[in-house]
Design a protein around this ligand. Structure first.
Ligand code: GLU
Length: 504
């Protein structure tokens, strides 16, 4: 068997969305599982839809995910160039061959003429297609004489090259995920393969490149399934061996119906892109998983399981483990429902694998966080105390921010619950005892609080609650002795006195 070579072939028409990431990931997993190559090819023949920065975005997103191509515009490779806009001479060479077959014809119809016909069809309640019926009454090399065609060419009248779809043939197609199915050619139209500027369209460039780059497997989104018949025929007409195909089903909205869209992301508050993307035209920023605080390994694990079930219902798999386990035959035919809760669950699970030190270094690079110059040993203690409930690294700050800033506000409900007219004197006494404490570790502090409550004849809650309120500003957070230990004697007593002075 020839070497497995799989390509991911995005068009740089915008940021990669979740579906695109999943396609790239499955391309990669399959290639690596088979000991093959993973190729990134940029399909940028559609200049009208080209978006500045999109190619760099795609590359950066793949790198963040750890899906590194063996060959790409950036990495180069034996089959370079990997940008379609740089492969024009290759397409021209194959176009010359294609034009010699019975399956190519030139069409001179202008956009206005086609619009007219479309309108006519509309009026009769029909949908126009340039196909085996209509081509016989349109302006093309099938209906015009050789002399007329030559005249148009001499006059430099623009034309496109179309594929002459055979009449009434049954095509037997095969998809690794969906199995066998057939399609009648009469349901297919005569696609434009070369535009009037001489640039190939997706269909032609894609087939030429997959052939030239010796691609063995095409794994792509199901939106390309309707093109499979045409692609089969193109391979046949060109006399080339075709790759195997697998079409991935959609990623569905959280409620399960319909394709997941950018608008769903905005509506339900989750990103649909791997990285932030700034639209070069509008300046609008679409949110990315990276900036939202997801760990890349959690993100790709989540994406991988949107449509694939590893053996034994395993859910947590590293990229290497996924490579080992991946099986296209276990990819689902049905759409995969996206769940924000599940995405968060994955991040929470992956956060658990990190050491306190790793979390701290991530925390230090998180935006909009002020650690107030705290020393690492202090920070590590804080991480270890609050990490359990955190879904994202930034939650450590959310749940532990009071370690870095003295409360300047006391939660009203908490005050009602924890405070009464005796509390100031209780706390003042306690602060006095704290200043005397010789060892300020949580063990000893626990004992001090206990003894104090006992001596005062108070329940533990009567001491703990106002203490917590003074230190945190609300009735949340880790154990009070732990908080005291981290804050230290001076800051703890200052906070207690501050609360006594400020809470009425
Ligand atoms: N350029 C196409 C896209 O962006 C590639 C489709 C394919 O993989 O054949 O969807």
């Amino acid at each position: 068997m020839s070497k497995v070579r799989v390509r991911f072939a995005p068009s740089p028409t915008g940021p990669l969305h979740l579906g695109g990431v999943r396609t790239a990931l499955y391309d990669y997993l399959f290639a690596k599982n088979q000991g093959g190559d993973f190729v990134l090819r940029i399909e940028d023949t559609d200049t009208a839809r080209y978006v500045e920065g999109a190619e760099d975005y795609i590359m950066e997103a793949l790198e963040w995910c750890g899906i590194i191509p063996d060959e790409s515009p950036k990495h180069g490779g034996k089959y370079a160039p990997y940008r379609q806009s740089e492969r024009r001479d290759i397409y021209d060479r194959h176009l010359a061959e294609f034009l010699k077959t019975d399956f190519a014809y030139l069409a001179f119809d202008t956009a206005e003429e086609l619009d007219e016909i479309r309108k006519e069809f509309d009026q009769n309640g029909e949908v126009f297609a340039y196909n085996y019926i209509t081509r016989n009454r349109l302006k093309n090399s099938l209906t015009l004489s050789d002399e007329e065609v030559q005249q148009l060419l001499d006059d430099k009248v623009p034309y496109v090259v179309r594929f002459k779809m055979p009449v009434d043939r049954t095509l037997n197609l095969e998809d690794i995920i969906r199995g066998k199915f057939s399609v009648n050619t009469n349901t297919l139209d005569d696609k434009v393969l070369v535009k009037n500027d001489g640039m190939p369209t997706y269909h032609f460039a894609n087939i030429v490149d997959d052939h030239e780059m010796e691609i063995s497997h095409v794994i792509r989104g199901e939106e390309w399934l309707p093109s499979l018949g045409l692609h089969y025929l193109l391979y046949e007409v060109m006399g080339w061996e075709k790759p195997e195909f697998a079409h991935l089903s959609l990623i569905l909205k959280p409620e399960g119906k319909g394709k997941l869209s950018k608008r769903d992301g905005d509506k339900f508050g989750f990103p649909v892109f791997p990285l932030n993307f700034k639209d070069p035209e509008t300046g609008n920023i679409s949110k990315g998983y990276r900036e939202e605080g997801y760990l890349p390994e959690a993100f790709i694990n989540m994406v991988a399981l949107l449509g694939w079930s590893p053996a034994n219902d395993r859910e947590i798999l590293s990229l290497d483990e996924m490579v080992h386990e991946f099986d296209l035959h276990k990819v689902h035919k049905a759409g995969a429902r996206f769940s924000k809760e599940k995405a968060e669950w994955f991040n929470h699970e992956y956060l658990k694998f990190k050491t306190d030190e790793e979390i701290l270094s991530l925390l230090k690079t998180t935006d909009a966080i002020n650690l107030n110059g705290a020393a690492d040993d202090q920070l590590l203690k804080i991480v270890s105390l609050v990490r359990e409930r955190a879904t994202f690294v930034k939650d450590i700050y959310r749940d532990g921010h009071f370690f870095f800033e003295t409360p300047n506000f006391y939660d009203e409900k908490a005050v009602k619950k924890a405070w009464n007219e005796d509390t100031p004197s209780v706390l003042n006494d306690f602060a006095g005892i704290l200043t005397e404490a010789e060892t300020f570790d949580s063990e000893n502090l626990k004992k001090i609080i206990h003894d104090f409550a006992e001596a005062k004849g108070l329940g533990m809650g009567k001491v703990m609650m106002p203490l917590r309120l003074s230190l945190v500003g609300e009735l949340k957070g880790p154990d009070v002795p732990d908080i005291l230990q981290i804050l230290g004697k001076e800051e703890s007593t200052a906070r207690i006195r501050n609360a006594v002075n400020n809470i009425q």
